[in-house]
Design a binder for this molecule. Structure first.
Ligand code: ARG
Ligand code: ASP
Length: 722
């Protein structure tokens, strides 16, 4: 009897633990859905402490950083913590060969040295409301799709108008669960955000691409900014008179550190996940589309990496562009491998078989949902050839060949000119000019030209002949395989490749410049490629994709009905989410066990003097040799660097705080492990882990390494475990 109860208890606790950490949850629903489970994982707070409309709560310390990362307030004077890689392009923009902040770090020693960043913003969430009922008012299942959509759009507008926001606030609604639910968000956005501190890349990006997406990790991936507000503490455009923001809440920082099994909460803005795709879609992603994108980026990276290794100035100019290309490239490789390793497709198929069985057993389900999976199978098969070309062409024209990207941007201006005349161009022109000036500052035509040569070869040899542009192919044929010569000739003739001629002309005589642009050989080539793609690919793809989207909405609804015993969380869509888990290692392969914490000794062990990825600042080595860690060391005198958790995070969660059981900051989220990057499509508790920098390492670098103790003084350091 006794043992049976014990076994039963063990099983309940064990199964709870197993399923517990999957999901990106809506903060306002924690009370109903998650609070009990979070407490069973060790949390000592209530759901109200995390999200409350009526009083200050954790959510008031969290911001969307520039719309692509997360940040958090860590002082009552607007001090904000985010990742080094989130602040990266801003740090780069303030850097030159003389003042190379990217390489050497930057620390404002007082407020007047903090550097403004035009265009950068942070957004707080004021409140979130379920508006599903209002948005679906009058909407019926048998409506024609276009009429349905326009009624939904109209309802969304009126819900937003009725929200009653203040003049300094914004409001928007977003679809959740594939358009089965809608939530309303009231937000406050601050535009005066200044750079306060950044470690040198040898700390903030230590390990670079080799270590990116990997464990064990030794990167101090953090940077500091400050949010400024107008005299009333409300959002205001940049002004030297602005004052540091006094936030409703800021996170105290724990000096007690983490141990395996500790509760962790990661609070932030994950961008996009797709957990409810049918097996066909996952298979296509893993086996067909990822390999295409990986192959294209590999060609680009060969060129970029060689050029950057050879020249320090290029290394600085191309740092951010290369990091972006390399980051997704490596993620896709890990994603495809992880999906295979966890048999994600087979497991999805098993779930789908169960779904079909239950649906077929109930007449009304059978009518409504019985044909969903078979239709998905047909659709994905039909879509695949188009999806392949679409992915290849958008990688080539939209991301890898920089001048193609520029051609797409200037083309918007050109089309405005064609349709509405010169006056319509004059108003947006300054914005375009300042963007282009920024772009060309770090642009090297000779590098881009080599990338183009490689990708034209790819286009000619790998893209489906039925989808290629005849014009482009005829010209390539004439070049007889000399892609390098072809690209060179194109660049020599191109006005776009000569910014010193193009930009002044665009400014002084936009009409002449835009006319010349429309004849530009690089632009012409990109335009032909895009036009063929629109005509031969996108026209079919878009039609199929519309149907796919509707099926997916119905499938989502069906899943929730047919599996009432399962708990569902909405896919990430750039809105604020809570994920929770514990500090824990994992087993990446048979007989290998990863421990969850790394230390400074591991940083030193990776040190390679002069290497572009694994060099270290002398000062850090000295601090290590003297064990000069101040109050930031562990009880046994070590300096912790990174730790692992089982929080279900995604791109956009970078810069998110890792929060302890009591609401204090213990770390800074910045990555996931290689084996688990497929968590955007399929979560497997055994290998999906997020990677955080230990808060104590951050404090140590600020205080001991950078000598910026004045920043520590405005923080609130606490000892919750004592
Ligand atoms: N992999 C992380 C994320 O997806 C960090 C990327 C920055 N680091 C880098 N070496 N590119 O964004
Ligand atoms: N590094 C990612 C980011 O920048 C986080 C992730 O994908 O885990 O948001």
């Amino acid at each position: 009897m006794h043992t049976r109860i014990l076994v039963f208890l063990f099983l309940t606790i064990f199964s709870l633990r197993l399923s517990a950490t999957e999901g990106m949850w809506l903060p306002q629903l924690l009370k109903a859905l998650n609070e009990g489970e979070m407490q069973s994982l060790g949390m000592k707070m209530s759901a109200e402490d995390i999200y409350s409309v009526n009083r200050g709560s954790l959510k008031d310390a969290i911001v969307s950083f520039g719309g692509f990362c997360t940040g958090e307030l860590i002082s009552g004077q607007g001090l904000l913590l985010t990742n080094h890689h989130c602040g990266y392009s801003r740090i780069q923009s303030h850097s030159s060969l003389e003042n190379n902040y990217l390489q050497d770090g930057f620390w404002a020693m007082n407020r007047s040295e903090e550097l403004p960043n035009p265009g950068l913003f942070v957004t707080f969430i004021v409140r979130i409301e379920d508006v599903t009922e209002q948005v679906f008012r009058g909407v019926t299942e048998d409506m024609d799709p276009a009429a349905r959509q326009s009624l939904i759009d109209k309802n969304r507008k009126s819900v937003e108008t009725a929200a009653g926001i203040e003049s300094y606030q914004d409001v928007f609604t977003r679809p959740f669960f594939k358009g089965n639910q809608y939530f309303l968000f009231v937000t406050e956005t601050y535009n005066d955000v200044r750079l306060v501190g950044a470690p040198p890349s040898s700390i903030g990006k230590f390990g670079a691409d080799t270590d990116n997406w990997e464990w064990p990790r030794h990167t101090g991936d953090f940077s500091l900014f400050r949010v400024y507000a107008g005299p009333d503490n409300q959002p205001a455009d940049y002004s030297p008179d602005n004052q540091p923001l006094k936030p409703r809440h800021f996170l105290p920082i724990s000096l007690d550190g983490v141990a395996a099994g500790d509760f962790t909460l990661v609070f932030g803005f994950p961008g996009r996940t797709n957990q409810y795709l049918p097996s066909h879609a996952v298979q296509m992603q893993a086996d067909v589309l990822n390999p295409i994108k990986i192959g294209i980026r590999e060609r680009t990276l060969d060129v970029l990496n060689a050029a950057m290794r050879a020249d320090e100035e290029v290394r600085l100019q191309y740092a951010s562009h290369q990091a972006g290309i390399a980051n997704a490239w490596k993620k896709w490789i890990g994603e495809s491998q992880g999906l295979k390793q966890t048999h994600a497709v087979t497991k999805k198929q098993a779930m789908e078989a169960e779904f079909q069985k239950r649906v077929d057993a109930k007449p009304e389900w059978k009518t409504a949902y019985g044909n969903l999976l078979p239709r998905f199978a047909e659709l994905y098969e039909e879509m695949e050839p188009y999806a392949k070309t679409m992915n290849a062409v958008s990688e080539i024209t939209g991301r890898n060949v920089q001048l193609f990207q520029v051609s797409g941007i200037v083309d918007r201006l050109h089309r405005l000119y064609e349709s509405q005349g010169l006056d319509a161009v004059k108003q947006p022109l300054p914005r375009f000019l300042s963007y282009l000036e920024g772009f060309y500052e770090g642009y090297q035509p000779t590098i881009d030209q080599q990338v183009l040569a490689g990708l034209l070869k790819y286009y000619a040899e790998e893209v489906n002949p039925d989808h290629q542009s005849e014009v482009v192919m005829a010209r390539l044929k004439k070049a007889q395989g000399d892609y390098a010569g072809f690209a060179e000739a194109l660049f020599t003739e191109s006005l776009l490749a000569r910014p010193d001629d193009f930009l002044p002309q665009l400014e002084k005589d936009p009409e002449a410049a835009l006319k010349a642009f429309s004849e530009d050989p690089v632009h012409r080539l990109a335009a032909e490629m895009r036009a063929a793609n629109d005509e031969k690919v996108m026209s079919h793809y878009d039609r199929l994709d519309k149907e796919r989207e509707q099926l997916q909405r119905t499938y989502m609804k069906a899943l929730m009905e047919v599996f009432p015993e399962r708990r569902f969380y909405p896919d990430a869509n750039g809105t604020l989410r809570v994920t929770y888990g514990q500090v824990e290692g994992y087993q990446p392969r048979d007989a290998i066990q990863y421990l969850p914490v790394t230390h400074l000794s591991g940083v030193i062990a990776k040190y390679q003097p002069g290497d572009y990825e694994f060099d270290l600042p002398q000062k850090l080595i000295e601090l290590y040799e003297q064990k000069d860690y101040g109050p930031y060391a562990t009880a046994d005198g070590k300096m912790p660097v990174c730790f692992l958790g089982s929080n279900h995070t995604s791109g956009g969660n970078s810069g998110s705080p890792a929060i302890d059981a009591y609401g204090n900051l213990i770390g800074l989220n910045f990555d996931r492990v290689w084996e688990g990057t497929m968590s955007d499509l399929y979560y497997d508790r055994s290998i999906c882990r997020n990677i955080m920098v230990d808060a104590r390492y951050i404090l140590f670098v600020i205080d001991k390494f950078a000598g910026a103790g004045h920043l520590i003084e405005e923080m609130k350091l606490v000892h919750p475990k004592k």
